[in-house]
Write a protein that binds this ligand. Structure first.
Ligand code: 6GU
Length: 228
């Protein structure tokens, strides 16, 4: 899968792609990441990418031209899935991540400042937000999206990791989990997990996941048929 990021702050990504699962996914050619700084496509001699809003008002808007020129510089941009990151987009969910795993090439456009010239929206496929709060820019949203998509790609996770038990994977939160020691400062591990009875363990895990979801995120259950 190809991932191209349009950003004015490419350095912000240097950490996430150098560690853990994303690093390995790049090394194993599961993803190919390119970062394009759309400041390089400014036609202004001072390399400005933003300007005052027509009609007045505080703050600056990102201009349409550098962004569209940067898009057009990307090989295969016509058929790539172009995502504009803004708090006004539709909310990104686990299902959105699953959908993106089917794409050959996604382009993530990270804004900054007060927003985009509205006409940027003629050149994209989808507008996405990662939740109801405001970030300074789209970069952190892009990292969250890339991370959640890449871990679902075949072979991105090693044998020891898996996503089948992840929260949200089947519409519920994860069940409680324990590792050694069996007792820590008086806190013990539920007996059933030590019983060796795999059927009972499976039943307990399902119940716990469901109870936890009912308690903490009943909204998730109304989206699935897992109520009973
Ligand atoms: Cl995608 N961008 C910004 N700037 N803020 C956000 C967001 C995106 N998603 C939630 N808040």
């Amino acid at each position: 899968m190809r991932v191209t990021i349009l950003s004015l702050f490419p350095e912000m990504f240097s950490g996430v792609f150098k560690e853990s699962i994303l690093k390995r996914a790049i090394q194993k050619d599961i993803i190919k990441v390119d970062i394009v700084n759309f400041r390089d496509f400014s036609t202004d001699k001072h390399k400005h990418v933003d300007d005052y809003a027509f009609g007045g008002g505080p703050g600056m808007l990102l201009s349409v031209e550098p962004i569209v020129k940067a898009l057009q510089s990307i090989e295969g941009f016509e058929t790539a899935w172009k995502i504009l990151l803004t708090p006004q987009g539709t909310t990104f969910h686990q299902n959105t991540a699953k959908e993106y795993t089917k794409k050959d090439h996604i382009i993530l456009i990270c804004g900054h400042y007060e927003g985009f010239d509205e006409r940027v929206r003629y050149f994209i496929d989808e507008e996405v937000s990662i939740g109801d709060y405001v970030l300074t820019g789209g970069e952190i949203a892009a990292m969250a999206i890339i991370d959640s998509v890449v871990r679902l790609l075949p072979d991105a996770l090693g044998k020891k990791e898996s996503f089948e038990n992840d929260s949200f994977y089947d519409g519920t939160l994860e069940c409680p989990q324990y590792t050694r020691p069996q007792e820590f400062m008086g806190y013990t591990v539920p007996e059933v997990l030590l019983s060796g009875n795999h059927q009972e363990i499976e039943k307990w895990r399902k119940e716990q996941a469901l109870n936890r979801t009912k308690e903490r995120r009943p909204d998730l259950l109304s989206k699935t048929d897992k109520k009973d």
